[in-house]
Design a protein around this ligand. Sequence first.
Ligand SMILES: Cc1cc2nc3c(=O)[nH]c(=O)nc-3n(C[C@H](O)[C@H](O)[C@H](O)COP(=O)(O)OP(=O)(O)OC[C@H]3O[C@@H](n4cnc5c(N)ncnc54)[C@H](O)[C@@H]3O)c2cc1C
Length: 496
Amino acid sequence: MSDASSTHADVIIIGAGFAGLGMGVRLRRQAERTFLILERADDVGGTWRANTYPGVACDIPSQLYSFSFRQKADWSRVFASGSEIHGYLREVAASEGLLPSIRFGTSLQNARWDARQNLWHLTTSRGAFTARVLISAAGRLSEPRIAAIDGLETFEGPQFHTAEWRHDVDVSGKRVGVVGTGASAVQVVPQLVALGAEVVVFQRSAPYVIARLDRAFSEAERARFAEHPESLDARRAEYFAEAEQGFAQKLHDSNAARSHRARALAHLEAQVDDPVLRRQLTPDYEIGCKRVLISSDYYPAMASTQVTLETSPLVSVEGRVATAGSGASFELDVLVLATGFEATELAFARLVHGLGGQTLAEHWAGGMTAFASTAVHGFPNLFIIDGPLASLGHNSSIVMIETQIDYILGALADARETLEVSADAEQSYTAELDRTSAETVWLRGGCSSWYLDARSGRQTLLWPGTAASFRAQNGHFDPAPYRTVSRAELTSTLSA
Ligand SMILES: Cc1cc2nc3c(=O)[nH]c(=O)nc-3n(C[C@H](O)[C@H](O)[C@H](O)COP(=O)(O)OP(=O)(O)OC[C@H]3O[C@@H](n4cnc5c(N)ncnc54)[C@H](O)[C@@H]3O)c2cc1C
């Protein structure tokens, strides 16, 4: 651990969400290397600090959507609320002794690899730092995406993204436009209805929605989890195995996909009586092509008299009037942008300069790539968690993050001072994953989704396999594809 004033550490981690905190906990428990975590916000939590909209919650059961090495016995329900998850992460950071290693309000502005010194030089909003190893845990859903809507800035009422919720805006009795029908919209729309708003939902394409089998854990269950921690492991393993079965649905035109589709459409039919509305809410692409959403109150909210469904996107705004692609206009008091995140072009990539000064964004001009979904050629001693091809549509992100942490700890244990993955290794890993992705519903399911890089059409976000296969392939560090530059070699090269 570095002390409060240090500006150098063996390892600097950017971001204090699940990935940065998990990496920090494991490094601190090992106590072998100094490390710092730089976080631009004033608190830990990442996703769960930023997203505070009404209804925000995880859609993976809590025992699985948490660290395996730091389990919590008293989750209040199967799908914890955002604030409960945030509380968990705060508690982890405090009780694991991470807080002295976190520099809050410190935004990375520039990182430059110095090949002479074998060091990363960082410029931040709070001064300069150096590190031997740089780890990006800056998130893939941390930069709100604001769709290009003509005249958006002219809107006369409050407008905000779901990740920047304005709690000072009272929506009761107001006419609220919600742009988008993704995971956040599906959670927020029923809450807006419950708060007494009149809601207009702008839908570009209908999502598939399945029932949310949520419930509170009883006192007795929580007591049992606390008394028998092994029962938490067992519950986690059950949830994991169940979620893993969901990958079969991602293979194009599989039997599993067909039965999953039948389940989603039965849920729609059970909850929406009006045949016209039901047709409007029926997706026109294969299930799984976009994220399948889970909710038991979205359809009832959509069927309520408080909601108007507009089946075309919002295209322009003038004063209080919002006009959809169909030409229909709506007078609105509040505009909520449930438009997702800049997931395929990460802001972090524009800040990081590797060998020869090239930025990661330039290296990724055709879409994100990384060997083992973690290391990039031309960027020595840089490791990226939760970046290219490292997330899932069917299981917990935390399982993937933990696999990447194990991989990075393996790399840090390598005796060599500097590691750079070969171009061949990165290219063949990417080509293999591109081939596997081509057989999935993400590329063959007839939709356009945020999983695809708009520049190349490549699927650059999701690991095209199970979480177990990700661990089998990437859970252990193999030094073979890495070029190494030892300090002795470097010194002799420089003095020659
Ligand atoms: C509303 C919502 C619900 C979700 N639900 C689920 C779910 O149910 N299951 C699931 O598996 N996944 C879910 N996810 C995905 C979720 O993002 C991941 O599960 C996980 O929280 C990502 O953690 P992270 O640490 O990688 O990134 P983040 O939580 O995004 O943390 C990144 C951190 O980096 C900081 N940062 C970024 N840039 C800089 C910089 N330049 N300088 C300093 N700090 C910086 C940010 O401020 C942030 O604190 C959800 C996402 C959202 C938005």
